[in-house]
Design a binder for this molecule. Structure first.
Ligand code: DX5
Ligand code: ZN
Length: 219
């Protein structure tokens, strides 16, 4: 039976109590913490950067699954690694040289992910799939939590799953945006390994994190 991992997005947490919320997520069964970094340029929203991540590091041993929605990205990557990021995921549109960015992230001993927006095809990263640890498939246009799931990305997940099976690649597939108790099942059936969820984890069942994480994991 495939193990589904949950990476709750702290975009939906209480930003005045991020440390406490991260501790609660760990106690509630989260497998990693999805940290949405937004620069107000690559996406029309601004969240947190390295100093905040550094201060959050001591609140949990869980991996920080850092989603960099920033452009340019390359020159800031070491700051996120030094702040305590474990997985560093970037958008291909935010770098001049995808291979160089992958090499840099790996040189810092971090896992490397690439994120595909709904309108970004697999082709743009086809030659790098054997070199990365994770593909983060966006099922919303990045920038905000609480958006509606875009079902058209399911075929992209199926294609990625087929490629990795045929070519014996071991990148993981993570999905991000509009993941609730229904869409999670569709995503899992299509081949997803990791579910990012903010609104559903923090808001459903009166904010019962443990119950929401457990329900999302159920296949
Ligand atoms: C959107 C972020 C997502 C978002 C998910 O740009 O990348 O991680 O926070 O939030 P929900 O689960 O509320 O759609
Ligand atoms: Zn994200």
């Amino acid at each position: 039976m495939k193990k589904i991992l949950i990476s709750p997005s702290i975009l939906s947490a209480d930003f005045s109590k991020l440390g406490d919320d991260i501790k609660r997520l760990e106690e509630s069964g989260a497998d990693m913490i999805h940290v949405d970094v937004m620069d107000g340029h690559f996406v029309p929203n601004l969240t947190i950067g390295p100093p905040v991540i550094k201060s959050l590091r001591k609140y949990t041993k869980l991996p920080f699954d850092v989603h960099l929605m920033i452009n340019p990205v390359q020159k800031y990557i070491k700051d996120y690694s030094d702040a305590g990021a474990d997985i560093i995921t970037f958008h291909p549109e935010a770098t001049e040289n995808i291979q160089e960015t992958i090499t840099l992230i790996k040189s810092l001993n971090n896992k490397v992910g690439i994120s595909l927006n709904p309108n970004t095809e697999i082709d743009i990263i086809r030659n790098y799939l054997e070199k990365i640890d994770l593909v983060l498939v966006m099922s919303v246009y990045p920038g905000f939590g609480g958006q509606k799931f875009m079902g058209e990305v399911i075929n992209k997940i199926k294609d990625l799953d087929k490629i990795r099976k045929n070519e014996k690649l071991n990148f993981q597939i993570e999905i991000d945006g509009g993941i609730n108790f229904e869409t999670s099942q569709t995503a899992i059936a299509a081949g997803v390994d990791i579910l990012v969820s903010g609104t559903t984890v923090f808001k459903e069942n009166n904010g019962d994190l443990k119950k929401n994480i457990k329900t999302l994991k159920q296949i």
